[in-house]
Design a protein around this ligand. Sequence first.
Ligand code: G3H
Ligand code: 13P
Ligand code: ZN
Length: 331
Amino acid sequence: MSISYKELGLVNSKELFAKAVAGGYAIPAYNFNNLEQLQSILMACVETKSPVILQVSSGARKYANATLLRNMAKGAVEYVKELGCEIPIVLHLDHGDTFELCKECIDSGFSSVMIDGSHHSYEENIALTKKVVEYAHSKGVTVEGELGILAGVEDDVVAEESTYTRPEEVEDFVKRTGVDSLAISIGTSHGAHKFTPEQCTKNEDGVLVPPPLKFEILEEIEKRIPGFPIVLHGASSVPVEHVNTINENGGAIKAAVGIPEEQLRKAAKSAVCKINIDSDGRLAMTAAVRKVMAENPGEFDPRKYLGPARDALKELYMHKNKNVLGSAGKA
Ligand code: G3H
Ligand code: 13P
Ligand code: ZN
């Protein structure tokens, strides 16, 4: 039995992206795998009146069960009503790697899917993406494609170095596939170690400062497909305070470096209208859990450590919406 996202009260990304591009802000795309992550995303987005993209990876589907996740998204729509603010909610498949996975998600209530064909040849990427677009559009579901490869791990594929998006390909790719948005590679990467210490300089406090993103590539892309919605993956900033809290409380996260907020603010003002953040939430949550555990070694009620983790996550997401992406007040 197939379920439409409309029955769940979700929306696709079409109108949200059009408004975000015109308004010079980006919609947050936050990954979730469990109840506390979902609660904090929703509480933060309701409180800041921000539209939101709830992002589910194939790892999340394996971890949390696809049926439960779908019903959590349905619950999310009812929950935000209860909180008194009906923000638009998109349920999005993050890094879909096959037509079959995208179809399964579309048939089970997702309103948006990513088909990440960037590890294939250009022509194979086009063929795969087009096939997903044809099916998705027949159901009103929007599709994100990708051109260029981010350094780090994508779909269990490890790339040593980024292959930046080639601006000369974007127009052809968008035209031939019919995608609704395009993820690009301009120097971001997944995880908490986006740059090696050798790639960075140090500021006066000894904090590693990464090289800037390749804004010249973004500008060239914008010239070729004006106003087309662009997506930035790997956009966590890796807040030093959370890394320090983790390390001060028994953790060992070394030389972690993210994307400075200033650069994300700049990107959000451009055609970048969706910014993906997962690692920052993982760090905030882990920092809070480690702190409670270290300070209260006798604690064994999960609510006593997941509750503070949820509060820390909510604060992080509110900060992103208000001070980095500019999505606050846009619901
Ligand atoms: O892009 C990757 C996201 O952070 C999801 O990560 O595949 O470990 O769930 P995951
Ligand atoms: P981060 O690892 O930088 O949070 O990126 C997440 C992401 O791109 C999910 O698709
Ligand atoms: Zn990603």
